[in-house]
Write a protein that binds this ligand. Structure first.
Ligand code: ATP
Ligand code: MG
Length: 558
C-alpha cells in the first residue's frame, strides 16, 4: 500500500483527515521530528522530515524539532548543529524554539516519583545478566524480580539516592511495574531510569540518572501537545508502553503514535552507527563526503533539496518494509538537474587542437545558451581562439562510422562554435598524440557547411588560452553490493574501490571559475556537476560529479 503525492494521499493524511472530520483533532495538527544527536542525518531521516514537516504544512499545523537526547555519552553539539542546518537546507523551519527531551528531565523525574507513589514503579537491584534471565523469552513468560514488592517509601528513598549520586552505575535501575508475563516483552517491567555518571551536553552535571527513550518520548510528545507522533515501524511494539505511560501519568495531553516503514535504499546503508564507522575508519572523508547518503553528503554531491523532497514524495508512505531502488533516487536528481542546471563545458582528459588557419592573435566571443529550454538562464560567452582542448577520446586517427567524433581527414562540430576538419597529428617519442592540427570553416558558425555535408558529431571544447584549470571529482556509488548490510553481510567488505576518481588536469570554460559554490551545472556530454561547497574558489575550482547523464550503473559504459 504505497500511496504517493501523485494521488495526493497517503495513509497518514487519511488518518488526519478522519481525525479532523470526527473532531478528535479539534485544534492544530502538531507533529515533531525527534532526531537523536548521535550522527548526521541520512536519506531516511529526510523522508521523516518531509513527512512530519510536510503534513504540518499541508494541514496548516506546526512541526517541532526535538532532540531526543537521553543518551549523553553518544551525543555531541556538532551533530545538533549539523541537524539544524540539514533541516533548513531541505527547506523546512521548525515551529518555536529548538526543543530537547532534556528540557523535560525535571518533569520526567516528577513523573517517575508519581509512578513510585502509585505503586507503578520500583527500584530493582538485579544485575543486567540476572535481569535478562528474569525477562523470559518470546515464548516463555518472565519472572517477577525479587525487588518488585518494595514499598513506595523504600523505592522513593532508593530512587532519591540514585539521583543524588549515592549508587554505582549499573547497581540499580528504576523499572515500571507492569506485567512480567505480558506477551509483549516491552511491557515486562521495562527499565525507565538508569544511573549514568556522565555529563550531558545540555544539562551538564545536573543529573547522574537518565530516563530511557521509552520513558521520555511519549511524555515529551504529551508535554508539547503533539497530536500525531509519527515514527518508524520498529516502534510499533513499543506503542502499548507509550500508551501505558500516558494513561498512568498526569500528562497534559494524549498524543497518538503512528508507524510507517523506514526508507531503505539498495546499494547503501541508512544507519547512523554504520555511517559513523565509515567516517571513523576513514573509508570516506567525513560525514559530508559526497559519497555518503547523509543529507550533508548529498548536498555536497550536488543533489538539490527540491530533488530530495520530490524523491521522498515519490516513494510514498507505506506500512510495510520495502527497499527502494537507488536508480529512483538518481532519477529524481537527474530530473531536477536536467530542468534547472545551466549548461557548461569541461574537458577532463585534454588533447590540444591547433586550428592552423585561425589567425594566431584572433579571439572571438561566441555566445552559447545557458540552457537549451530555459531562456531565463540567459547566455554565456565562450572565448574562441586558435588552440582549444577537446577530450582525448573524442579523437581517433581512424575509426568506423559508429564513431561520430573527430577522425583524421573528417569533420566534427565544436559545440556552439565552428566545424573543423582534422588534418594531421603530432606525436611524442613514445607515439602518443600530443596535438591534432585542424582547419576550420569560418562560414559554419550556427550554419551548416556550404557544401551541404554536415558533420556527424558535436563535441565539447575549451579555449586553451582562456580556459581555467580545475579539479574534477568523479563520484560513484559507495557500495558495489545491492544489500551491503543485509543477511549478515559485513558491509565494509562491499565498499566500491572506485567510488572516487580525482582528475587534476581538467579545463573548464572561464566563466565556471567564478561559479558560486553549490551551483550545479550540466557539463555537456559528461554529467551533472556542482562547484564544491567548501573547496571551490576561482583560483582553485573544484567540481564534484553529482551524477552521470545516464544510468550506466552495472552496464558497460556508452
Ligand atoms: P539510525 O538507525 O540511523 O540511528 P534512528 O531511527 O535511530 O536512525 P533517530 O535520530 O532516532 O535515528 O531518528 C529520528 C527520526 O527519523 C525518527 O522518528 C525515526 O523514526 C526517523 N527515521 C530514522 N531512520 C529512518 C528511515 N530510514 N526512514 C524513515 N524514517 C527514519
Ligand atoms: Mg534512534
Amino acid at each position: 500500500m504505497t500511496d504517493t503525492a501523485v494521488t495526493g494521499n497517503n495513509f497518514l493524511r487519511t488518518i488526519i483527515k478522519e481525525d479532523i472530520a470526527s473532531g478528535r483533532l479539534s485544534g492544530e495538527l502538531v507533529t515533531r521530528f525527534p532526531p537523536e544527536p548521535n550522527g548526521f542525518l541520512h536519506i531516511g531521516h529526510a523522508k521523516s522530515i518531509c513527512l512530519n514537516f510536510g503534513l504540518a504544512e499541508q494541514f496548516g499545523g506546526r512541526c517541532h524539532l526535538r532532540f531526543d537526547d537521553t543518551n549523553p555519552a553518544k551525543e555531541e553539539q556538532a551533530y545538533i548543529d549539523a541537524i539544524q542546518e540539514d533541516i533548513r537546507w531541505l527547506g523546512y523551519e521548525w515551529s518555536g524554539p529548538i526543543r530537547y527531551a532534556s528540557d523535560y528531565f525535571d518533569t520526567l523525574f516528577e513523573y517517575a516519583l508519581h509512578l513510585i507513589s502509585t505503586g507503578n514503579a520500583y527500584v530493582c537491584d538485579l544485575s543486567a545478566d540476572e535481569a535478562r534471565e528474569y525477562r523470559g523469552t518470546l515464548t516463555e513468560p518472565g519472572r517477577n524480580s525479587p525487588y518488585r514488592e518494595r514499598s513506595p517509601e523504600e523505592n522513593l528513598a532508593l530512587f532519591t539516592a540514585m539521583r543524588d549520586g549515592e549508587c554505582d552505575e549499573g547497581s540499580r535501575v528504576l523499572r515500571a511495574k507492569i506485567d512480567m508475563a505480558a506477551p509483549n516483552i516491552n511491557l515486562r517491567d521495562p527499565i525507565i531510569y538508569r544511573i549514568r555518571k556522565v555529563s550531558h551536553h545540555q544539562t551538564g552535571d545536573k543529573w547522574c540518572i537518565y530516563p530511557n527513550y521509552d520513558f521520555t518520548h511519549g511524555q515529551s510528545d504529551a508535554l508539547e501537545g503533539i497530536t500525531h507522533s509519527i515514527c518508524t515501524l520498529e516502534f510499533e511494539d513499543h506503542r502499548p508502553l507509550y500508551e501505558w505511560f500516558l494513561v498512568n501519568l498526569p500528562v497534559p495531553a494524549q498524543p497518538k503514535q503512528y508507524e510507517f516503514a523506514r526508507l531503505n535504499i539498495n546499494y547503501t546503508v541508512t544507519s547512523k552507527r554504520k555511517l559513523k564507522m565509515l567516517v571513523d575508519e576513514n573509508v570516506v572523508d567525513g560525514w559530508d563526503d559526497p559519497r555518503m547518503p547523509t543529507i550533508a553528503g548529498m548536498r555536497r554531491r550536488g543533489y538539490t533539496a527540491a530533488a530530495l523532497r520530490n524523491f521522498c514524495d515519490m516513494v510514498g508512505v507505506a506500512r510495510s518494509e520495502g527497499v527502494v531502488d537507488m536508480a529512483m533516487l538518481e532519477h529524481a536528481i537527474r530530473d531536477d538537474l536536467d530542468k534547472n542546471a545551466p549548461r557548461a563545458m569541461c574537458v577532463m582528459d585534454p588533447l590540444k587542437l591547433v586550428i592552423s588557419n585561425y589567425p594566431e592573435d584572433k579571439i572571438e566571443s561566441l555566445l552559447a545558451p545557458g540552457h537549451p529550454n530555459r531562456d531565463d538562464l540567459g547566455e554565456r560567452t565562450l572565448p574562441f581562439s586558435r588552440e582549444v582542448y577537446i577530450e582525448r577520446d573524442d579523437f581517433r586517427e581512424e575509426a568506423n562510422k559508429k564513431f561520430k567524433r573527430l577522425v583524421l581527414g573528417k569533420k566534427v562540430r565544436l559545440r556552439s562554435a565552428y566545424v573543423l576538419q582534422a588534418e594531421s597529428v603530432v606525436k611524442d617519442a613514445e607515439g602518443n598524440i600530443t596535438e591534432v592540427h585542424c582547419s576550420y570553416d569560418d562560414g559554419t558558425l550556427g550554419e551548416d557547411p556550404a557544401d551541404g555535408v554536415k558533420p556527424k558529431g558535436v563535441i565539447h571544447w575549451v579555449s586553451a588560452s582562456h580556459g581555467k584549470q580545475a579539479v574534477v571529482r568523479l563520484y560513484d556509488r559507495l557500495f558495489t553490493h545491492e544489500a551491503p548490510d543485509r543477511g549478515g553481510e559485513e558491509f565494509l567488505d562491499h565498499v566500491n574501490p572506485s567510488s572516487l576518481t580525482v582528475l587534476n588536469n581538467c579545463w573548464i570554460e572561464p566563466g565556471l571559475a567564478d561559479a558560486v559554490p553549490e551551483t550545479c551545472f550540466q557539463f555537456e556530454r559528461t554529467g551533472y556537476f556542482v562547484a564544491d561547497r567548501h573547496e571551490h574558489r576561482s583560483e582553485k575550482p573544484v567540481f564534484n560529479r553529482a551524477i552521470a547523464l545516464r544510468d550506466t550503473w552495472g552496464k558497460a559504459g556508452e
